[in-house]
Design a protein around this ligand. Structure first.
Ligand code: SDX
Length: 374
């Protein structure tokens, strides 16, 4: 047994997957063989969610049935709504989101049924209900009335409606839809691998997604989109950006929204998200954030050759859409539930308990002395 430690499983291939492929050298990310850039331009988020979960793009009839299934499952119980309304107002929305999925697990009648059919139905219930509960907290913590989901609205339109009571113009909705497509799936990232590890003991999908949410909260992972906004707010205005970023690098600090374990020449999702960030900046006639964005990005690339990742353009885009900064990562969750669910089902379909080895570097074996001899 080789005992060379590969900290962080750096470069280690631990399993196969048919769900997505990241090819950093050619700046490519495909979901079930389709390039994300292509999916963003030609599909709605619901079509991509169906693709990630089922393995192929839906035909018209399949899409209609899927959207109806989602619509029928959007409502949450009065019990869950009351729990969300009574969560401490100062709770971090990612902790609330983690708790929401736990409660959904307590309420789901098929929690302990890990069959492919039951798992798909549970995945759809989590996918449909989580946005409703998250939007409920978005409003409840401000003392506002909770807005129930509305029929005949798309996934994205309905989320805006439940958060703000209205649907923004189609350019804003399209940009949000694109961000959800880009966030949906990304092979064995740490939260997905967390979900697969939990699943490998034959535990259930609610538990696996709860664990994945806890992992995604971390600033080195999904929590980075929130940290990007905190950085931009610290910079305040474009004329401060150059000095701020150089000072930060001089102090050897980590700049959130940059770098990636797999992409070393740039995250294949950034050009598309950047395009929609610029569209939203235009619609909102905001020039400040895009200017800060460009200055910081240029220094990171010129000085460190470190490129932006998907969280860098997404943060300011969500801010311009009106979302509270600490809700940016829960938005990542409502999309990534699709990728996590697909991986959980794939793990169940060809499971092997995940249990790596460790290299021991503690004290040598020694005898236990009785208390009065120590
Ligand atoms: C996501 O895995 C996925 O697919 C994740 C994700 C998905 O869709 O699921 O793509 C989503 O999580 C994107 C990443 C979001 N995280 C951040 O933006 C946080 C900031 N990024 C860094 O923490 C870092 O880039 C990581 C953690 C993302 C990746 O780092 P690695 O691969 O572990 O590499 P490393 O931290 O060892 O960095 C190598 C060098 C170091 O310098 P040295 O110590 O060798 O001198 O590059 C430097 C790092 O200091 N570096 C950075 C940096 N990222 C790397 N320096 C400053 N700022 C950064 N952002």
């Amino acid at each position: 047994m080789g005992d060379e430690v590969k900290k962080g499983l750096l470069g280690i291939v631990v399993d196969e997957t048919t769900i997505s492929q990241v090819m950093p050298d050619i700046n490519s990310l495909t979901y079930r063989g389709y390039a994300v850039q292509d999916l963003c331009e030609k599909c709605s988020f619901e079509e991509v969610a169906y693709l990630v979960l089922n393995g192929d793009l839906p035909k018209k009839k399949e899409l209609k049935k899927f959207k109806k299934q989602l619509e029928e499952n959007r409502n949450i119980t009065i019990n869950l709504r009351e729990i969300v309304k009574h969560m401490p107002k100062r709770s971090h929305p990612m902790d609330v989101t983690r708790t929401i999925v736990s409660v959904l697990g307590l309420e789901d009648k098929e929690t302990n049924n890990n069959s492919p059919e039951a798992n798909m139905k549970k995945a759809i219930r989590i996918f449909a209900k989580a946005p409703t509960a998250i939007a409920a907290f978005f409003r409840a913590r401000k003392g506002k009335n909770v807005i129930p989901p509305k029929k005949n609205l798309s996934f994205s339109e309905n989320f805006f409606y439940m958060c703000f009571g209205k649907v923004p113009n189609k350019e804003i909705v399209k940009a949000f839809d694109v961000s959800l497509i880009l966030y949906a799936e990304h092979s064995f990232n740490v939260s997905t691998f967390t979900a697969r590890t939990i699943t490998s003991s034959l535990s259930d999908i609610h538990g696996a997604i709860t664990g994945a949410i806890a992992s995604l909260k971390g600033p080195l992972h999904g929590g980075a989109n929130e940290e990007v906004m905190h950085m931009m707010n610290k910079i305040k205005k474009p004329e401060n950006a150059l000095k701020w970023i150089n000072k930060t690098l001089d102090k050897k600090e980590v700049v959130m929204g940059f770098g990636h374990r797999v992409y070393k020449k740039g995250d294949s999702r950034v050009p598309t998200m950047e395009k929609y960030f610029k569209k939203v900046s235009k619609v909102k006639s905001d020039k400040k954030f895009i200017k800060i964005y460009e200055i910081v990005k240029k220094v990171m690339i010129d000085r460190k050759n470190i490129h932006p990742n998907v969280d860098y353009p997404t943060g300011p885009t969500y801010h311009l859409m009106g979302f509270d900064t600490d809700f940016f990562t829960p938005i990542f969750v409502i999309s990534r539930i699709t990728g996590w669910s697909a991986h959980i089902m794939e793990q169940h379909a060809a499971n092997k308990l995940i249990r790596p080895l460790s290299k021991y570097s503690g004290p040598d074996h020694r005898k236990v002395m009785l208390l009065n001899q120590r």
